[in-house]
Design a protein around this ligand. Structure first.
Ligand SMILES: [Mn+2]
Length: 303
């Protein structure tokens, strides 16, 4: 991993009904993000947050289309930012914000690798599959669709962010920790070609085996791994500060172990930490926990 980390805040909650994940980047900085990353020997570069319009300032037509064009613009900017970050030999860390931003961050990283004829692998931690399409979604909220979108199934203007067409092939994506899918989304997920690890499978096989396999699936035929970590993948006991909590998630140690193993693989090149919602947090515990997870991803070990 490159030794200069670039923090990119994206105060976005337009993809969700629940308000408040736009405060995530600030809460993570207040929880000591910079000093904890510097403590691991990295240089930290932070240009602040990308511009995201305030919901109340937008016309009603934007709400009717679920802020699709606003999200498009924000993700286009983010794709350019993560692309430039990779070109400058930095490790981009995008802070959310809701999970729609991954459409942008992944597009920029993938563009950087594609220039050299290389492919990107993605490890997606989440309680949900984020594989709804505009046809399957009941709510129409775009934060339920980012994974489907970068595989090429979604609103056309979002599929084509950064450059035209799908960004990742399904055999280069794994999903970890899922436990709450809509009926139609279950069928989409099963047919998608994405290797998914439900909580049931993690219970049965253990996180060590699951992660070894997952890293090999997304790492062996690609040139780098992107981690997209939705905090709701973790059990609400440790991380209540999310927009859509679901019981029965990753334990404190399972989450750390998974990220420690990814760090050890030496293949990690970029990451998103999303869906922290300080409005639902107890004190500041979820933000602090999330920053600890960032440290594990960057190679912090017990000894
Ligand atoms: Mn998600």
């Amino acid at each position: 991993m490159k030794k200069t980390v670039e923090i990119i805040g994206v105060p976005l909650d337009l993809g969700a009904n629940q308000r408040g994940s736009n405060m995530g980047p600030t809460a993570m900085r207040i929880a000591g993000l910079h000093s904890k990353i510097k403590g691991l020997g990295y240089e930290v570069h932070d240009d602040g947050d990308l511009f995201v319009p305030v919901r109340e300032t937008l016309p009603e037509t934007c709400a009717q289309e679920k802020y699709r064009n606003n999200i498009k613009e924000i993700c286009e900017n983010l794709a350019e930012k993560t692309f430039q970050s990779m070109e400058s030999e930095r490790t981009p860390i995008t802070l959310g914000g809701d999970h729609t931003l991954a459409i942008g961050s992944i597009s920029g990283i993938s563009r950087h690798l594609k220039k050299q004829g290389q492919e990107l692998g993605v490890i997606w931690f989440d309680a949900h599959a984020d594989m709804n399409t505009p046809d399957s979604s009941n709510s129409g909220n775009i934060h339920g669709m980012p994974l489907a979108t970068f595989l090429g199934r979604g609103h056309e203007e979002l599929v084509n962010i950064g450059y035209e067409g799908p960004k990742i092939t399904p055999d280069h994506v794994v999903l970890i920790g899922i436990r709450d899918l809509d009926g139609e989304e279950q069928r989409i997920c099963k047919k998608s070609g994405v290797r998914y690890y439900t909580m049931r499978e993690i219970d049965e096989r253990g996180m060590l085996q699951v992660m070894k396999e997952a890293i090999s699936i997304v790492g062996s035929t690609t040139s780098g791994i992107h981690v997209s970590f939705d905090l709701d993948g973790v059990d609400p006991l440790h991380a209540p500060g999310v927009s859509t909590p679901v019981d029965g998630g990753l334990t404190y140690r399972e989450a750390h172990l998974a990220l420690e193993l990814i760090a050890e693989s030496g293949k990690l090149i970029s990451m998103d930490f999303v869906e922290l919602n300080p409005m639902n947090d107890k004190g500041h515990m979820s933000a602090k926990f999330f920053v600890d997870l960032v440290q594990s991803t960057l190679g912090k070990s017990i000894i």
